[in-house]
Design a protein around this ligand. Structure first.
Ligand code: NAP
Length: 464
C-alpha cells in the first residue's frame, strides 16, 4: 500500500523517515513518499487520490492545511472546529480530513504530566498550530486562554469562534501581557515560527515578547511549550528556562501526530510507547547530524556492512558518503587488490593514511573506513579528534561466514576454516582500537536501514 506527505516544499521533511521506521517495526510494508504539490495542482491531485486504490491516504503540510478542506467530503470533529487538516484518509472513494496535530499536542501535555483543567494559559500566534493548541486547551477545560497575536486580527477571530465551541473556557485576545497580569499563568506556548531554523525575523513583536515576558506571573510548576522542534533549544525555551519554567519542544508532537496518522490510515500500533521513544531518539540524532558538520566515521571488520550502512546513513541525514578505499583507488589509479598484489600491504596502508586525512577535512560526511585503517595509531587519533567514531561489531562466526567467498586480498583463496582462523587473528590485532570508538553498535541480521536507525538513535541519546 501507499501513502504520502503532500506540501511545498517537502524535501527536508522527516515524515518519510518516520513512516519507514514504523513500517519496519510493525512489519507492514508501506511505500511512503514526500510529494511536492503546488497550490495550483492541489484539486487535480486530490481528484486522482480519490480514485487511486493503492493509496491509504496522505498527510498534508504547509501551505495546504486549510485550503485542502474545500476538496474533501467529510471531517473529524477536530478538523472541522480548527479549520485545518493534516491527514486525508481515503475510504471507498471518499476523502475524510483529520487533524492529528491535536493528538500530538495532547500526548505531549500528558507526557509532561500537565493537567489543563482550570489552568490559565497563553498562546503566542493564532495560525493553524495555535488553533490546534487552543482546541486542546478548550477540550481539556482550561480556565482562561490568552491569545497573543498583535500583528493581525486572527487572534480576535479565533477567540470569537472558540468561545462558542467551548463555553467552559474563556478565550481572550490580548495585545500586551499587562492584559493578563492579574492571573497566574500555568502554560505558555509558542506557536509562531519565531525561533525556527532558517526563519529570519527582526520582529518588533519578538523583542517586545522578550522584554515583556518577565512581567507575567507564572505558577510555581508552569510549563513553557515551544511547538518548534528544530532547533531543540529555541530562544523562547532558553528565556523561559531562565525564568524557572519547565520546558518542552515540538519533537514529541511531530512524532505523535505521525503515530496517530498511522493508526487512522492503517491499524493500531503494537507497542506505541517503544516506537515513540525510538523515533524521538532517531529524529534527535538526525537533527544533530544536520545541525553539526563534523564527520561521522564507521569502523569495523571487513564484511560487517560498513559501506551499505554508511550509504543508508548518508541518505537519511542528507550527508555525503565517503569510502576511504575509494579515495585510495582514486589517488593511486589502481584497485585495492592491485595495490596489495603489486606493491604490498605497507604501501596500501600509506595511501590509506593519506585518505583518512583527506576524508577528515570533508564536512557533513559519513565516512566508511577500511577495516584495518585504525590499526595505525595516527589514523585513530585523526578520527577521534575530528568527529564521532562508530564501531559496527559482529561475532567472529558471522564475520567468517560473510567472508568465506570473498575476493578481498587478505582472504583470497582461503577455505571456511582458514577464513575463521584469519578473522580471529586479525580481530585480536584490531579490536583494541575498534573499542576506542565513541559508540558500538552490534550488527545483527537486520536490514541496513534498521542498523542505520540504531546508529542515529544512539547519537540522538548521546548528543541530541
Ligand atoms: P501559521 O498558520 O503560518 O501561523 C503562524 C502564526 O505566527 C500566525 O499567527 C502569525 O501571525 C504568527 N507569526 C508569524 N511570523 C511572525 C512574526 N515574525 N512576528 C510575529 N508573529 C508572527 O503557521 P502554523 O502552521 O500555525 O505553524 C506555526 C509554528 O508551529 C511553525 O513554525 C512550526 O514550527 C510549529 N509547528 C510544529 C508542529 C510540530 O509537529 N511540532 C506542527 C505544526 C506547526 P499573523 O496572524 O500576524 O500572520
Amino acid at each position: 500500500m501507499k501513502a504520502a506527505l503532500i506540501g511545498s516544499p517537502v524535501s527536508l521533511s522527516l515524515s518519510p523517515m518516520i513512516f519507514n521506521y514504523i513500517s519496519c517495526e510493525e512489519n507492514c510494508p508501506l511505500d511512503y513518499s514526500a510529494q511536492d504539490v503546488e497550490p495550483s495542482e492541489l484539486t487535480s491531485y486530490l481528484n486522482q487520490l480519490r480514485l487511486n486504490k493503492e493509496y491509504l491516504g496522505v498527510n498534508v503540510t504547509i501551505p495546504h492545511k486549510e485550503s485542502v478542506m474545500q476538496d474533501l467530503d467529510q471531517f473529524s470533529e477536530e478538523a472541522a472546529a480548527i479549520g485545518a487538516v493534516n491527514l486525508i484518509y481515503r475510504n471507498a472513494g471518499s476523502l475524510m480530513g483529520f487533524n492529528t496535530d491535536v493528538t500530538g499536542i495532547k500526548k505531549t501535555l500528558i507526557n509532561q504530566e500537565f493537567v489543563v483543567d482550570g489552568k490559565n494559559c497563553i498562546i503566542l500566534g493564532a495560525g493553524g498550530a495555535a488553533k490546534a493548541m487552543a482546541f486542546v486547551l478548550g477540550k481539556l477545560k482550561a480556565n482562561n486562554v490568552y491569545i497573543y497575536n498583535p500583528r493581525s486580527n486572527r487572534g480576535e477571530e479565533l477567540v470569537k469562534k472558540y468561545n462558542i465551541i467551548f463555553p467552559e473556557t474563556k478565550f481572550v485576545s490580548i495585545h500586551h501581557f499587562d492584559d493578563c497580569k492579574s492571573k497566574s499563568i500555568s502554560l505558555i506556548v509558542n506557536s509562531t515560527p519565531i525561533g525556527m531554523k532558517n526563519f529570519s525575523s527582526n520582529s518588533q513583536i519578538e523583542n517586545d515578547f522578550f522584554n515583556e515576558v518577565e512581567k507575567i506571573t507564572f505558577e510555581k510548576n508552569a510549563l513553557a511549550y515551544d511547538l518548534i522542534y528544530n532547533p531543540k533549544n529555541t530562544a523562547f525555551i532558553k528565556k523561559l528556562k531562565q525564568l524557572g519554567l519547565q520546558t518542552v519542544g515540538g519533537l514529541g508532537m511531530l512524532v505523535d501526530q505521525a503515530l496517530a496518522s498511522w493508526e487512522i490510515l492503517y491499524k493500531p500500533l503494537k507497542d506505541i510507547k517503544k516506537i515513540h521513544n525510538d523515533l524521538i531518539n532517531i529524529l534527535s540524532g538526525i537533527l544533530y547530524l544536520r545541525e553539526n558538520s563534523e564527520p561521522l566515521y564507521l569502523t569495523g571488520f571487513m564484511g560487517v556492512g560498513k559501506t551499505t550502512i554508511a550509504k543508508e546513513l548518508a541518505l537519511m541525514t542528507g550527508r555525503t558518503f565517503i569510502d576511504t578505499d575509494h579515495l585510495v583507488e582514486k589517488s593511486t589509479g589502481m584497485t585495492i587488490s592491485q595495490i596489495f598484489k603489486d606493491q604490498g600491504e605497507l604501501k596500501f596502508r600509506e595511501s590509506e593514511t593519506a585518505a583518512v586525512l583527506q576524508a577528515s577535512t570533508i564536512k557533513n560526511s559519513i565516512i566508511s573506513l577500511g577495516g584495518g585503517a585504525l590499526v595505525n595509531q595516527n589514523n585513530l587519533e585523526t578520527v577521534l579528534k575530528n568527529g564521532t567514531l562508530i564501531y559496527l561489531s559482529a561475532d567472529e562466526n558471522s564475520l567468517a561466514k560473510r567472508l568465506s567467498k570473498t575476493t578481498r586480498p587478505l582472504f583470497l583463496g582461503l577455505n571456511h576454516e582458514e577464513t575463521k582462523v584469519k578473522v580471529n587473528e586479525l580481530l585480536q590485532q584490531r579490536k583494541k582500537n575498534y573499542m576506542k570508538a565513541n559508540i558500538e553498535i552490534q550488527v545483527l541480521n537486520v536490514l541496513p536501514f534498521e542498523t542505520a536507525c540504531k546508529v542515529i538513535a544512539k547519537i540522538g541519546t548521546l548528543k541530541g
